[in-house]
Design a protein around this ligand. Structure first.
Ligand SMILES: [Zn+2]
Length: 312
């Protein structure tokens, strides 16, 4: 298949965006390649041909990779890291809260919190069929610390721990905090995703605000083709507002009589539609997080399975 876009673009000196296949839509994602003294890949979830092609165009090959920095444990980010490590004998580093989810498929499923739920096996067989490489064990060789430079030579990467999407989610500042790899604060039209046991809406909002406070000049999403400079602040603001919009839709749906998580999931709030049952797990987990917070705020209340608008 011919690509209608360039596989990689240079976004800063020695910093290359490797675009995922299929316009970097899940289960593809972008990665960064830092073509420096210490040849560094940030995430490894773009298709392997895209990673190889980028390396080749820059005069390298897989075996030259020195280190892989993982922004979080998700399958579209840890991706081919272990396959590459086996060839390159490189380091794989991540946030300490991401070690378990990265190291093994069991650890990943624990972080997802999906085991034992309805539709779990549909999800597991989806992963095993389409992403068999992520079910392998990964060797994590080290961890990075929030705010402590990762040295690539000329380029310094700064981990900015931004939990919420997952507990270990980490944006990466490139030579400071003005150019930021936003990872899965991804600014897509879909909006924020927090469908794991280890995801947290309150933390996610705080993390977006933390990034906004840094007033970045450029943000690079894991799932958009182009880095964003113009209107970045507005884009972050609009992305943050999605949480409240979803709250309002959920309250409205409860008022309309969709008064259990299952019934709410049948008129999905987060996904525009449920194309496959595997998505239902995540819709339900995200709905539960909203409902719990809305109950805490006294907007909704629960009576067993039933969700009611709190009129007290
Ligand atoms: Zn993710």
């Amino acid at each position: 298949m011919t690509q209608e876009y360039s596989v990689h673009i240079e976004i800063a000196p020695q910093v290359h965006l490797i675009r995922g296949a299929n316009r970097a839509r899940f289960p593809e994602a972008n990665c960064l390649l830092i073509d420096d003294e210490i040849l560094t890949l940030v995430d490894a979830g773009a298709s392997l041909p895209h990673i190889e092609r980028t390396l080749k165009d820059l005069g390298h090959e897989i075996s030259d990779v020195d280190q892989i920095v993982l922004t979080h444990f998700h399958v579209d980010h840890k991706g081919y890291a272990e396959r590459i490590r086996k060839v390159a004998h490189c380091d794989i580093v991540c946030h300490e809260l991401g070690v378990e989810g990265t190291k093994s498929f069991e650890g990943l499923v624990d972080c997802y919190g999906t085991r034992g739920r309805a539709h779990y096996y549909a999800w597991e067989s989806f992963i095993k069929k389409w992403l068999p490489h992520v079910t392998e064990n990964y060797e994590v060789t080290g961890t990075f610390q929030d705010g402590e430079d990762i040295d690539c030579g000329n380029v310094k990467l700064i981990p900015i721990h931004t939990p919420g999407h997952t507990q270990d989610h980490t944006c990466i500042g490139i030579n400071g905090r003005k150019v930021i790899y936003l990872v899965d604060i991804d600014l897509t039209r879909f909006g924020p995703w927090y469908g794991n046991a280890v995801s947290d809406i309150v933390q996610f909002k705080e993390s977006i605000k933390r990034i906004m406070d840094m007033r970045p000049a450029m943000g690079i999403s894991s799932h958009l083709m182009e880095p964003i400079s113009n209107g970045l602040e507005d884009r972050l603001e609009a992305y943050l507002a999605v949480f409240d919009e979803r709250d309002q839709r959920i309250v409205h749906n409860v008022e309309e009589g969709h008064d259990t998580i299952e019934k709410l999931a049948a008129v999905p709030t987060i996904y525009p539609r449920i194309p496959h049952e595997v998505y239902l797990v995540f819709e339900e987990i995200m709905l539960e997080k909203h409902v719990r917070l809305l109950c805490e705020r006294g907007v909704l209340r629960r009576d067993g399975e039933k969700i009611l608008v709190d009129k007290r």
